[in-house]
Design a protein around this ligand. Structure first.
Ligand SMILES: [Zn+2]
Length: 315
C-alpha cells in the first residue's frame, strides 16, 4: 500500500514519514481519527512483528495502582474469559516476546511473533485485555493481584496478594529501597516521587473503587500510544486496533503532570539487616540531582553513559 502524509488508512491518518538509516527503514507516524491516539510504525521489513500499546499512568500515591492494573487486566477479558490468558499465551503461542511493564509514568503492553497469525492473535488478546478486562465485573481479580487478608495455620492474619508479595520482595533489596527513598526526595511534587510499583505499607489502603476509577481515567483510547515494528500485516492490524479505539469518544483533558522544580533536601533513613549481618560499615551515602528533562534526550543519554562509567560498577 502506498503511504504518504495525509493518507487515510483503516481509521488512521498518516501525519509524518521519515526515512531512518539507523533503523534500516522508515518511521511512519499516524493519528487515530476518532480517538486522537498516536501510532508509530517502524517499517523495516523485520520478520519479527511487534505490537505494543502504552498508556500514560501518573500515580498520585504509592498504592501501586498502575502495577496492580498491569497484572489484573491480563487476568481475562470479554472475548477471552479464561483465568490466566497471559500464562496460556506464554505456554501455547509462538511469541518471541510477551510481557507488560509498569514505569513511573506509563504502562506498556508489548507482544511479538515471527508468525503472522500468531502475531494477530497476540495483538487481539492484548487489545481485549486493556480495553475490555474482566476486572470491571470481577472484584476478586483485584483482591488476588493487589491485596487481601489471609489467616495462616497459626491463626494469625496477614496481608497477601501477587503485587503485595512482589513489592515486599523488591523493597527488601537495599539498593531498591534506597533508590525509592532518593527519588521521593528529588521529586516531592509529581508522579516520579511515588512508588508506581507499590509500597507494601501503602498498598492495603487501595480500594476496589479507586482501582476501577484509575482504570477508567487512564485506559482510555485517547490516552494510548501504539507502537508497531517489522513486517506487520498493516491493514489487518490497523482494522483490529481501530475496532477498539473507536469504542469511546475523544478525551479532551488528557492526564498531565508538572515538571519538578529542583530543590535542595536531605534525609536519613534506616534499612533492615539480616540477623547474621554485622552492623559495622553498613552506612551508605547517596546523592541525586535533576540533570535534564525528557525533552533533552541527548543530554539524558550522555548523563546515563557518564554515570555508568563513573559509579555503576566496583571498578
Ligand atoms: Zn509485577
Amino acid at each position: 500500500m502506498e503511504l504518504k502524509v495525509g493518507s487515510k488508512v483503516c481509521g488512521f491518518t498518516v501525519t509524518r514519514i521519515r526515512e531512518e538509516k539507523e533503523i534500516s527503514g522508515r518511521l511512519v507516524e499516524m493519528t487515530h481519527d476518532h480517538s486522537g491516539a498516536g501510532l508509530v510504525w517502524v517499517d523495516n521489513g523485520d520478520v519479527n512483528k511487534l505490537f505494543s500499546i502504552t498508556f500514560r499512568t501518573y500515580p498520585e500515591n504509592s498504592t501501586g495502582v498502575p502495577h496492580i492494573l498491569e497484572h489484573s487486566v491480563l487476568c481475562g477479558s470479554d472475548k477471552y474469559p479464561v483465568k490466566e490468558p497471559f500464562v496460556d499465551l506464554l505456554k501455547s503461542s509462538m511469541n518471541t516476546f510477551l510481557n507488560a511493564m509498569t514505569f513511573q509514568d506509563k504502562t506498556m503492553y508489548p507482544v511479538s511473533s515471527r508468525n503472522e497469525k500468531d502475531f494477530l492473535n497476540l495483538t487481539s488478546v492484548y487489545l481485549d485485555a486493556v480495553f475490555a478486562p474482566a476486572i470491571l465485573k470481577n472484584p476478586n481479580i483485584f483482591y488476588q493481584e493487589g491485596w487481601h487478608i489471609e489467616q495462616g495455620e497459626d491463626g494469625k492474619l496477614s496481608y497477601k496478594g501477587v503485587v503485595f508479595n512482589e513489592m515486599k520482595g523488591a523493597l527488601s533489596d537495599v539498593d531498591d529501597f534506597l533508590t525509592e527513598e532518593m527519588i521521593s526526595l528529588v521529586y516531592p511534587d509529581n508522579c516520579y516521587g511515588v512508588n508506581s510499583g507499590g509500597d507494601p505499607a501503602v498498598i492495603p489502603t487501595l480500594t476496589y473503587e479507586e482501582f476501577i476509577n484509575t482504570y477508567k481515567r487512564f485506559y482510555h483510547p485517547s490516552n494510548s500510544l501504539v507502537f508497531l515494528d517489522g513486517a506487520v500485516p498493516l491493514e489487518k492490524t490497523l482494522t483490529m486496533i481501530d475496532g477498539y479505539l473507536s469504542n469511546c469518544g475523544k478525551l479532551t483533558d488528557l492526564p498531565c503532570f508538572e515538571y519538578q522544580k529542583p530543590r535542595a533536601a536531605e534525609r536519613t533513613v534506616d534499612y533492615a539487616l539480616a540477623e547474621s549481618e554485622e552492623l559495622q560499615d553498613k552506612g551508605r551515602l547517596m546523592a541525586g540531582k535533576i540533570f535534564a528533562s525528557c525533552e533533552d534526550p541527548v543530554k539524558s543519554m550522555a548523563a546515563a553513559v557518564m554515570f555508568n562509567a563513573l559509579t555503576d560498577s566496583n571498578d
